[in-house]
Ligand binder design. Structure first.
Ligand code: MF3
Ligand code: CO
Length: 236
């Protein structure tokens, strides 16, 4: 998993460096695929339930699962990039959100709060805590900053498959769900809306967008629970 996750981290770094006004999202996708294959690994999303690309690229009111295509990024766009890699049968999964240019006060704050929520959630990924301690910590950070967590998608266990038990919602009461133990590997992934939590799926059957048309951000890491605390495998 460390190998798959390292390639995930490299890919996100590469794409972050390419994000600029005028680039097409499919150019980002092709660069990501070339990088992953150059490292001897495979994109994990391509072909998963028929998903057609290496990356999910979700712009502005798109929440997750945006399909790369001819869209050109423009000044002020909020771009969420999600990447999964499989290497020797093990999976890694991470996401980040980036601004084209400076953004607005609101989009900058949305990114910071979502990043903070992920960090605080990861901080709960320690032996003896329960899954919903992660959920509750994320929800608290998000809502205390006036934003809302998406409820229609959740984080997940990850390892020999992209999605394993347990599901990790980004909301809930603390102290519930599976007990966290050393060796568990989790994809923790807050999706945060500037406005309401509602989402709908576009006619392409993948792209999730906010109901109110306001912006959404997404950060994700694959994390191992260890005796020494959380180990963030997708940060290298
Ligand atoms: N990070 C997302 C997840 O873990 C991405 C899945 S995209 C899909 O569910 F195409 F693979 F479904
Ligand atoms: Co995931």
């Amino acid at each position: 998993m460390a190998c798959a996750c390292r390639i995930v981290a490299e890919t996100l770094d590469l794409i972050e460096g390419m994000i600029e006004r005028g680039i097409q999202t499919r150019e980002l996708d092709l660069a990501a695929e070339a990088h992953i294959e150059g490292r001897g690994a495979r994109p994990a999303f391509k072909g998963y339930r028929g998903y057609p690309a290496t990356l999910c690229i979700s712009v502005n009111d798109q929440v997750v699962h945006g399909i790369p295509g001819p869209l050109r990024l423009k000044e002020g766009d909020l771009v969420s990039v999600d990447v999964g890699v499989v290497c020797d049968g093990f999976y890694g999964d991470a996401a980040g959100s980036y601004l084209v240019g400076q953004g607005t006060d609101e989009t900058r704050r949305l990114l910071q709060v979502t990043r903070d929520a992920l960090e605080v959630g990861i901080g709960e990924a320690v032996p003896g805590k329960r899954v919903s301690d992660i959920s509750h910590a994320i929800q608290t950070v998000v809502e205390s900053n006036g934003f809302s967590v998406v409820r229609d998608f959740v984080g997940h266990g990850i390892g020999r498959s992209l999605h394993e038990d347990p599901q990790i919602p980004n909301y809930g009461d603390p102290g519930k769900g599976a007990l966290l133990k050393p060796g568990m590997t989790l994809a923790i992934e807050p999706m945060v809306n500037a406005g309401g939590s509602g989402v709908r799926i576009l006619a392409d059957r993948w792209t999730a967008v906010t109901l109110d048309g306001r912006a959404s951000a997404h950060f994700e890491h694959t994390v191992a629970v260890t005796e020494n605390g959380p180990r963030i495998l997708t940060r290298v």
